[in-house]
Ligand binder design. Structure first.
Ligand SMILES: [Zn+2]
Length: 307
């Protein structure tokens, strides 16, 4: 699939993995109930299926995985399952649908398999990965907003799956994305990386990261997270790029920052270890691994190494 017009202007180098979707979100169609109903009524309309946080993929003989979009006619109980309109692909509508209620979804698609995009993302065609990320994130939000967080009454979905409307108090709930900052801190010649406790069994060193808290700017979140996890103070926090990260509902906001102190105090609740690495040590990567190329963490590291 070709890049959408203007993509080059948005991403002067290249989009991060999971960004760069070829879909035109075509938001004006969401509130056109007659148009949505007509597309939904067409047995040939394509759906990106999600099943228990997994996406339907087909792996080519080259080893590259592709999104498997299936026609409405192939989906059992289609009217009973949560869905949303994703957008237009080459002018044709694409919806997503959550098959999690089915124990054995789509048994006839022998060559297509539901897989966890987070685990296999590096092997997926980039634009297909973006479509699957979109579908997974939206269906996760729908699954978490069946009931109103204000009054507890049931919600019904409007705007082609993009608004949860509470039947009790009338509150409208919209799809949410939780901002997280991720940052490569350097001191001019060395980069600060940590081994997260979550990856205790794999000696992976990666950039620091954390969620933005209420009442906090992104720059403040970067400085706070770095200090909490490593005791390092930073200055000159500079935005790099971002990456949708629907695992389950984040966007990673990437930064570079300069260290103004050097002595590390590792927060062992978060990290096994934090260390300074020279460029040579990172390029050699002996005795440890760096995060996968699929991740913005690796992009932040690679762009510093290439600078
Ligand atoms: Zn309510």
């Amino acid at each position: 699939m070709d890049s959408p017009a203007g993509m080059h202007d948005i991403h002067p180098i290249r989009p991060n993995a999971l960004a760069g979707s070829p879909l035109d979100r075509s938001a004006h169609h969401r509130t056109d109930d007659a148009w949505i109903a007509a597309q939904r009524g067409d047995p040939a309309t394509l759906y990106a299926p999600v099943w228990r946080a997994r996406s339907l993929m087909r792996t080519a003989s080259s080893g590259v995985a592709e999104a498997c979009l299936i026609p409405a006619a192939a989906i059992p109980q289609i009217d009973a399952l949560p869905w949303a309109f994703l957008g237009l692909l080459d002018g044709g509508p694409v919806f997503c649908i959550d098959l999690s209620l089915l124990d054995a979804p789509l048994p006839d698609l022998a060559d297509a398999v539901f897989q966890d995009l987070r685990r296999v993302g590096g092997a997926v065609a980039p634009q297909d990965a973006a479509i699957m990320a979109h579908a997974r994130g939206l269906m996760h939000w729908r699954s978490r907003h069946r009931f109103c967080g204000v009054c507890g009454a049931a919600c019904i979905f409007a705007s082609a799956g993009h608004v949860a409307h509470c039947q009790g108090c009338g509150t409208h709930h919209f799809p949410r994305t939780d901002p997280a900052v991720i940052m490569l801190v350097t001191d001019g010649t060395r980069a600060l990386l940590g081994q997260p406790n979550a990856f205790r069994n794999v000696r992976v060193f990666t950039t620091l990261a954390g969620f933005v808290e209420p009442g906090e700017s992104l720059e403040e979140a970067v400085a706070r997270e770095v200090f909490e996890e490593t005791g390092i103070r930073v200055a000159r926090v500079r935005y790099h790029s971002s990456q949708p990260w629907p695992f389950p509902s984040s966007i990673m906001l990437g930064f570079h920052a300069d260290a103004v102190t050097r002595d590390i105090v590792t927060d062992t609740d978060e990290l096994v270890e934090a260390r300074w690495f020279t460029r040579e040590e990172l390029l050699a990567a002996e005795g440890f691994i760096l995060p996968p190329g699929f991740s913005i963490a690796r992009r932040l590291i690679d762009d510093w190494l290439g600078a």
